[in-house]
Design a protein around this ligand. Structure first.
Ligand code: KG4
Ligand code: ZN
Length: 409
């Protein structure tokens, strides 16, 4: 089974062909990032216009590199959320049109789930890729860390998962991008903060880690009569049925928020530290900071921020590993390209299990996907599309599929 995946949720126009949910046949990504760099973040109108220009050439390239004609393609998978409205529209309308005129089934894909599913790719004859040797196994603990999302999810099987926790405010990637702006480092912030951090002392500043745990709820282990905010966070129906036997306990865990994240306090702490470093108070504008901070001050702030931001998500991942004992842990999203995240997760998980870090990989407990497949791409969408097709999931109506910019898990 060969699936064409189309991804346009943010600033990457991407298409890829994946076979049987494990073999990568092509992966074409065209980013409009350079056009946004001057603004320090993605400008939605510029992104949407770039998608319109790029989408058909990118799709054609992905078929060509996969040595496929339209006859070889079994179905089309497209991101319909979450993401920027204008950007999603271009991908969805293109996929709908192609599904109709080429007479192919269409699968609507949740971008965030795609970030985890890219970890199922283990085979390719494309040069320049280093894929894991084994597919992850269920139960699977997934950590999604991107520019728009920070979530911890437990999958029991394909399409049977529980969202354990998520960010209350900024996503971790967004925090990297904002800190980069404070320090005058280029966009996107993840790689530039990571680079600056190499020359800094990660313990120069003791930035705070957010604590969101409300123990009274989980301790009693029963379903909670929620406030409005709580009911919005209720366990999704699909999850409830899957969890049946331990639903109340699971619900209590989620309501306790012990697996939630927050990054806005950390970002503010960075801003205050930067102002204090140049002996100014909190009214000093952040735009004036980059020229007043020395290279070593920037490096120390970057390294200390990176350590705490990564520790925040690694702490929760290890805690969830100990509670749920999954067979595999996988990470996805742009920040999963961070060397510091890979280093901290490997060390901490090996020590929690009491094994050699090498054994994590050989046993398939923790494997890392190729860096190029961590940021947005069509392969993650095509891979999830394969499993949707193989598991007989619902086919989308090409005449009515709409975008869902705020789609959650
Ligand atoms: O998954 P992604 O490409 O797009 C979204 O779905 O948001 O993630 C983009 C985010 C940006 O915030 C960027 O700063 C971050 O991923 N990022 C990184 C690295 N590469 C990209 N963060 C840390 N280290 C990296 N090497
Ligand atoms: Zn993404």
């Amino acid at each position: 089974m060969k699936i064409l995946g189309i991804e346009t949720s943010c600033d990457e126009t991407a298409a890829a062909v994946v076979e049987d949910g494990r073999k990568l046949l092509s992966n074409v990504v065209l980013s409009s990032m350079d056009l946004h760099a001057a603004y320090g973040g993605v400008v939605p109108e510029i992104a949407a216009r770039s998608h319109i220009e790029a989408i058909m050439p990118v799709i054609e390239q992905s078929l060509k590199r996969a040595n496929c004609s339209w006859d070889d393609i079994d179905a089309i998978a497209v991101t319909y959320g979450a993401g920027l409205g204008g950007s999603l529209l271009v991908g969805v309308m293109t996929a709908r049109t192609l599904a109709i005129i080429k007479n192919k089934p269409l699968y609507a894909i949740n971008h965030v789930e795609g970030h985890i599913y890219v970890n199922f790719l283990t085979d390719t004859s494309l040069s320049g890729y280093k894929l894991p040797s084994k597919q992850p196994e269920f139960p699977l603990l997934g950590l999604i860390v991107s520019g728009g999302h920070s979530q911890l999810v437990l999958w029991r099987n394909h399409f049977d998962y529980t969202l354990l926790g998520q960010t209350h405010d900024d996503a971790i990637g967004e925090a990297f991008d904002k800190v980069a702006k404070i320090l005058g480092l280029p966009y996107p912030g993840g790689p530039s903060v990571g680079e600056a951090a190499k020359k800094g002392d990660p313990h120069a500043f003791n930035f705070p880690k957010a604590k969101l745990y409300s123990p009274t709820r989980s301790q009693f282990g029963d379903a909670v009569q929620g406030s409005n905010e709580d009911s919005k966070r209720a366990v999704p129906d699909s999850t409830v049925s899957a969890a049946r036997s331990d639903n109340a306990a699971m619900r209590a865990i989620i309501e306790s928020r012990k697996y939630d994240f927050s990054f806005s306090g950390l970002k503010t702490a960075v801003l205050r530290a930067a102002q204090a470093e140049i002996e100014e108070n909190h009214t000093f504008p952040s735009s004036g900071l980059p020229e007043r901070l020395s290279e070593s001050q920037k490096a120390n702030i970057a390294a200390s921020f990176q350590r705490i931001a990564i520790e925040t998500v690694v702490d929760k991942t290890i805690q969830a590993y100990e509670e749920f004992q999954p067979k595999s842990v996988v990470i996805g999203g742009g920040v999963a390209a961070s060397l510091e995240l890979r280093r901290q997760l490997t060390t901490r998980l090996a020590s929690a299990i009491g094994c050699d870090p090498i054994a994590l990989e050989t046993e398939g407990i923790l494997q890392f996907q190729d860096y190029k497949l961590m940021t947005d791409n069509g392969a993650m969408i095509a891979t999830l599309g394969c499993y949707k097709a193989m598991c007989d999931q619902t086919i989308a109506d090409p005449y009515s599929l709409s975008i869902e910019p705020n789609l959650s898990m």
